[in-house]
Design a protein around this ligand. Sequence first.
Ligand code: NAD
Length: 414
Amino acid sequence: MLEESHFYFTRAADVLGLSHKVREILLAPQRVVKVEIVTEADDGSLLHHFGYRVQHSDARGPYKGGLRYHPEMDEDHAAALANLMTWKTAVVDVPFGGAKGGINCDVTKLSTAELYEITRTFVEGIKDVIGPNRDIPAPDVNTNERVMGWIMHEYSKYHGFSPGVVTGKPLQLFGSPGRTEATGRGILHVLGEVLKETGRSMSKITVALQGFGNVGSHAARLIAEQGGKIVAVGDRLGGVSNQDGLDIPKLIEWAAEHGTVEGFPHADPMQSADVLSWDADVLIPAALEAALTRENAGSVHAKIIVEGANAPTTPEADEILRQRDVLIVPDILANAGGVSVSYYEWAQNIQQFRWDLERVNNELEKTMRRAYGAVHEIASERRIDMRTAAFVLAIRRVAQAALSRQPMRRGMEL
Ligand code: NAD
């Protein structure tokens, strides 16, 4: 996975003509932490996991990035996703660097008490490398506001009251209005910009969506509220479709109750994987990485892809889709709404002042539109795709910050 994220970096670094020295400085993570997590299960047996935190870059501010609880979480995943965070925070121009981490656990096999103990022990292991001015975790796959609340509580035991140590917290624990749905709302805004660009309206489009968790369900709800038809949704366990548009509020209720969209009565059942090639104008992959590959990219029907997930498109798939003139709004732009509102949450925590939802949503819209505009301008000027343009913008910003804090040496000019 790390190799793939380096591929997109290199493509943009070539456009910028970056020297090897600068590439090396920008690519290497600054710190990699691995901690052993041994806890007691409800039945008294021992549970054994590993926790990771990779801090890629703090050139533009404290490290920032989510925590993922997934059996496949490892150092390689954390490093690749940390790397992406550095570019993402730079694209939306929030004053953070990039990090990522998580635990290689299977949440479906753990009780709440076991998950709490695993999280608490993880924080014990990383408490000296995170902090409001150091590294600020947030929710990612299989973590949520409750887990963020636990982390804040545990960290505060060691360092005193520290709401700014994590974002995506519950409202009653100094979270921000609008954070839970922020990534989905950001997707709505970039999709709106693409449609404006191509002379279409939200009420005339059909959308296929992979993943119906935090990102996917909120994106679906907001797009449907603006008149877009969500015609197919696939998740880990199954899929459903309806060419007249799925009833998204009802589907959200169903998924909350059953843990999957499968079996939703007001729709036709389908194979989850078919969602990627579904007959729709827009495809939103919002599940996990490497959903679009060399094998399935040729059968994608949509002409617009908005990447809700991180790294959902492998470089081979990206090439096939570019040749087929599919417009891809890349992850580091499309799903940056979450980290943008995380920044507002952190700023509110530091100021000990609360913004209302209207202010959060207005700021988010401005941030996403500004970022889209900046990426689009580079893409048009240089005649390159949106992903390469987003990386060009991000790498330039990070490199300028990283290099201006060092004495200038040969081979380190921009
Ligand atoms: P989540 O755990 O809330 O939801 C994940 C969804 O993906 C679930 O519906 C699950 O069933 C589905 N899924 C898992 N494996 C699948 C498979 N093989 N096929 C189809 N569906 C599958 O996670 P989330 O927070 O919504 O994150 C989704 C993606 O968005 C991840 O790549 C994450 O890194 C990225 N992301 C999340 C945020 C955020 O704010 N939560 C921000 C930026 C990017």
